[in-house]
Ligand binder design. Structure first.
Ligand code: GDD
Ligand code: MN
Length: 371
């Protein structure tokens, strides 16, 4: 039983998890809106803040001091909507839990209906959908964002086989026990928390959608940036092909392929454009392509262990060039040997490329970006 100030004792029913990154001014009005929907008791709001620099956590603590329904988790050195959501969901004793954006794009008025539905036992997960009949996604600030969202939903449906109008929704409600059971299997990467829950649940959960009027953000800005979209695509790739060709190797190979294009472009410009000697043009192109590959791998393939600072970059760049030089030698040697043994020239070249790439990948991940 739970009783703060002389009220009738009420059992805690629902926790609302509010992940935040720079949402200071949105908090107080949001708590007021939640209260006007759910009444004074039986709920708590858990603000999971990733150490925002606008003082969101301080504001949350100020609110919590005079209102014990509010709780604060401040994470230091951690980032990510999905992992914040999981952490918050596992931190409550309430039997039901809802995840909601803290920027007022999600209308708290839906909480009552969603809670009733899940409590009835007819539905495992109640999802507020921006794309169900009767919903509106006007709050998706741009047409581009709307198209991206449609594409993400389509991809998500194809890959998980879950038929939902909005599998990327950040607003849903379910039994807390269900999240606790799944938590060790959830990836916690990016924004796709619902998708992860759906994809890891077995048997497939019964889902009901509630049309949502997706509002405009009250203040502040969206945090869904290119990095989040990239992580989403990486996640899909891992699900589909990750066991066959590891993501990092696939990225390394893609960067290598882009490097080949760069090589040809530079070579043509030097040889045909600037009329330099063939060997010189080839040397320039090789050097530029190798440096370009180093930069792109540092930025993309090894983004989680990126080399920073002039010294580290210079050392990494030299190491990468040395690795690639040996890789190129192995490439030529293998291809020549195979061709001499009667293997078709194209196959021999292909084998050379594979051997060279695996060598470059193995050595550079160990010695250039290795810890
Ligand atoms: N703790 C924490 N850490 N919170 C975060 C982080 C993070 O790294 N990134 C975002 N948030 C919080 C925001 O402060 C906000 O309360 C909520 O998560 C949603 O973030 P927004 O930045 O407002 O996302 P959006 O409106 O662009 O994206 C919407 O659509 C996505 C799919 O299209 C949201 O509804 C998402 O939940 C949804 O996945
Ligand atoms: Mn938002």
């Amino acid at each position: 039983m739970r009783c703060w100030s002389g009220c009738d004792p009420v059992t805690l029913q629902l926790a609302i998890i509010l992940p935040t990154l720079n949402e200071r001014d949105n908090l107080a009005p949001l708590v007021a809106r939640i209260e006007s929907t759910l009444g004074a008791n039986s709920w708590e709001a858990i603000i999971v803040d990733d150490n925002s620099d606008d003082g969101t956590a301080d504001e949350a603590r100020t609110l919590a001091q005079s209102d014990p329904r509010i709780r604060v988790i401040q994470r230091i050195g951690r980032r990510g909507l999905a992992s914040a959501a999981i952490e918050g969901m596992c931190a409550t004793a309430a039997p039901y839990v809802a995840l909601m954006d803290a920027d007022h794009q999600h209308d708290p008025a839906l909480l009552t209906k969603m809670l009733e539905e899940v409590k009835s036992g007819e539905t495992d997960i109640a999802v507020a959908s921006r794309f169900a009949d009767g919903a509106s996604a006007d709050g998706l600030a741009s047409a581009q964002r709307e198209r991206a969202s449609t594409l993400a939903n389509w991809l998500a449906r194809k890959i998980t086989g879950v038929e939902l109008s909005d599998p990327m929704s950040g607003y849903f409600l379910l039994e807390t026990r269900r999240v606790r059971d799944l938590a060790p299997k959830l990836s916690g990467i990016g924004f796709k928390i619902l998708l992860d829950i759906l994809a890891t649940s077995s048997p497939a959960p019964r889902v009901k959608e509630f049309p949502l009027q997706f509002a405009k953000r009250r203040c502040g800005q969206s945090k869904l940036d290119r990095a989040v979209i990239f992580e989403f695509l990486v996640g899909l790739y891992e699900r589909l092909f990750g066991k066959v060709i590891p993501t990092r190797f696939a990225l390394f190979g893609t960067v290598g392929a882009v490097g080949v294009v760069v090589h040809f472009a530079i070579f043509s410009a030097a040889f045909y454009g600037a009329m330099v000697a063939f060997a010189v043009a080839q040397a320039i192109a090789t050097f530029v392509a190798m440096s370009f590959n180093f930069w792109l791998n540092n930025w993309l393939t090894y983004r989680d262990q990126r080399l920073k600072g002039a010294g580290a970059i210079l050392k990494g760049w030299l190491g990468f060039c040395a690795t690639c030089a040996v890789g190129a030698f192995a490439n030529v040697a293998v291809a020549t040997l195979l061709e001499a043994r009667g293997v078709h020239a194209v196959l021999a070249v292909g084998a050379g490329i594979i051997i060279g790439s695996v060598w470059n990948y193995a050595l550079s991940s160990r010695f250039v970006w290795g810890r």
